[in-house]
Ligand binder design. Structure first.
Ligand code: ZN
Length: 53
């Protein structure tokens, strides 16, 4: 695979090919992953508080 998994553009560097994303998409993907984890934690907290009530 030498195309970005996010936008489908051809990756120019071996580093990007190894990661699977271009440098910009890698940042965006990392930010979304962090956001997703935050949502997961929030949901867990809601469940926990729901059980406590
Ligand atoms: Zn991309």
């Amino acid at each position: 695979m030498d195309a970005c998994n996010r936008c489908g553009k051809k990756l120019k560097t071996q580093k990007s090919i190894d990661v699977g994303y271009g440098p910009i998409c890698k940042k965006k993907q990392a930010a979304e992953d962090a956001e997703f984890e935050e949502i997961q934690i929030t949901l867990e907290e809601v469940v926990e508080s729901g059980v406590a009530v």
